[in-house]
Design a protein around this ligand. Structure first.
Ligand code: PHE
Length: 464
């Protein structure tokens, strides 16, 4: 069966694809702005703590379930839960993952699509022109671009087309190949930008902001936000790592791989912050508070620096590349469900699921102002949950991923036996001396921490 489902060509292929899934808009768009909102240093430290204490253990758990069963989430949970407490009901965790993949991809690809437009604007020189006046860009982004339904839909569909293409060609020829080309390119671009940012006058201040903690600025809300973000950025809680784990062979060390993927993801998020804050600090332009830093403040500041057009363009290209390797993993979760459970061929599964999600995503693309009705829907009534777009992001980030992660931790910690898990973790690794620590983290620490996010969401605090 393994051959018909596909397999990575080897350990490197898996690490690159999984790291590609993890590194995305979460690192380059969301992490910098929530770090800015939460005052830097102390938040960064807490975030790193959350990655180590909760993120890495849950990633180990997901990959373990995937490799053990060689199945995607729905099949994996229903297979492993046979004869165990809860029985088949556990397959609902898999369904929740498929639903999360569908939901996230439908709006993620809209934001990803913006990078195509901005790369184009940078190359054509229009962006520097717009950005020479801070207000012009702000007005352009919010007033003309987001509300232009036709453009929003077009870029979203282009991005979905690229994503579907990669999934269509399969694990090795599509997903792995794209990651093998894009990830090294992404690292290279990031290094070029890092060197560039170190020559700007705001570099020292950026380092201080990020790495000198001031714990008096930390709130319970920031701690929970750091945890919620750890899930999103590491692609946890919806079976993406589980699905990718189902294509690895028994000679890969799961704990080592989970650690490497998380480390790379965190490094890239930090480097992205250094670059962006250096650039921002080197000018006196006021930073827009919200999520739009990346599309308004950054280009405005770039425009004042030397050689801005070129660096601006590669910057958006970088974000687009990072987003693509993430959208691929989202579509793969949904498609592999159809391949494993409905016995569809890969072309049929990828094209059908890609088309369905792309069509649904059109509603998201039009809900940023392009269509009045779609923009006015707001189930939860907060500013950030406005429109179909806001609603989908709210549901996925606040409910689907935390609940999914909670259930995965419970399942692996309490339902699967210690012997089975140890046996799987030792394959490709040898003696796993951290096993006891990992068990404590997955049985107690992770469920309690994630339970805290869920309770706080019920009590009305949101995490995006
Ligand atoms: N980890 C991705 C990012 O940081 C987003 C993602 C979430 C991808 C869940 C797959 C699954 O952008």
């Amino acid at each position: 069966m393994a051959e018909s489902r596909g397999q990575w060509s080897g350990k490197l292929g898996f690490i690159l694809a999984a790291t590609g899934s993890a590194i995305g808009l979460g690192n380059l768009w969301k992490f910098p702005y929530i770090t800015h909102e939460n005052n830097g240093g102390a938040f960064v430290l807490v975030y790193i703590g959350m990655v180590l204490l909760v993120g890495v253990p849950i990633m180990v758990a997901e990959i373990l379930v995937g490799r053990r069963t060689q199945l995607s989430p729905v099949g994996a949970f229903s297979h492993l839960s046979q004869g165990k407490p809860g029985g088949k009901a556990w397959s609902s965790v898999g369904f929740l993952g498929v639903l999360a993949g569908f939901t996230i991809l439908s709006y993620y690809s809209v934001v990803a699509g913006w990078t195509i437009h901005y790369t184009y604007l940078s190359f054509s020189g229009e962006l520097s022109h717009l950005a020479s006046d801070a207000h012009a860009l702000q007005t352009y982004f919010g007033g003309e671009f987001l509300t232009n339904g036709q453009q929003q839909v077009m870029y979203h569909l282009m991005f979905m087309g690229l994503t579907t293409g990669a999934v269509y060609f399969g694990v090795q020829k599509g997903i792995e190949r794209v990651a093998k080309i894009l990830l090294p390119l992404l690292l290279l671009i990031l290094l070029v930008l890092l060197v560039y940012s170190s020559t700007t006058s705001g570099f020292g201040e950026a380092l201080r902001f990020l790495f000198v903690p001031d714990f008096s600025t930390l709130t319970t809300g920031s701690v929970l936000e750091a945890l919620g973000h750890a899930f999103f950025t590491l692609s946890l809680g919806m079976g993406a790592m589980l699905t990718y784990g189902s294509y690895i062979s028994k000679d890969v060390s799961i704990p080592r791989a989970a650690f490497q993927i998380s480390l790379l993801d965190t490094l890239i998020a930090l480097i992205a912050c250094v670059i962006m804050f250096s650039i921002i600090n080197s000018s006196d332009i006021e930073v827009s508070k919200s999520s739009t830093i990346l599309f308004t403040t950054i280009p405005t500041v770039f425009a004042q620096l030397p050689a801005s057009g070129f660096f601006n363009a590669i910057f958006y290209l970088l974000i687009g590349f990072a987003a693509l390797t993430s959208t691929i993993s989202l579509l793969e979760v949904v498609s592999s469900y159809a391949i494993d459970e409905l016995s569809w061929s890969r072309p049929r599964a990828s094209l059908t699921m890609g088309a369905v999600i792309a069509s649904f995503g059109v509603l998201n693309a039009l809900s940023l102002g392009g269509n009045a009705t779609l923009s006015s829907i707001n189930l939860v009534g907060r500013e950030s949950t406005a429109g179909v777009f806001g609603t989908m992001d709210y549901l996925a980030s606040n409910w689907f991923l935390p609940v999914g992660g909670f259930m995965i931790a419970l399942f692996v910690g309490w339902v699967l036996g210690a012997r089975d898990t140890l046996d799987e973790l030792q394959k490709g690794h040898g003696d796993f001396s951290w096993f006891k620590l990992w068990r404590v983290l997955i049985k107690f620490v992770a469920p309690l921490a994630v339970g805290a996010i869920i309770v706080s969401v019920i009590l009305g605090r949101e995490y995006q």
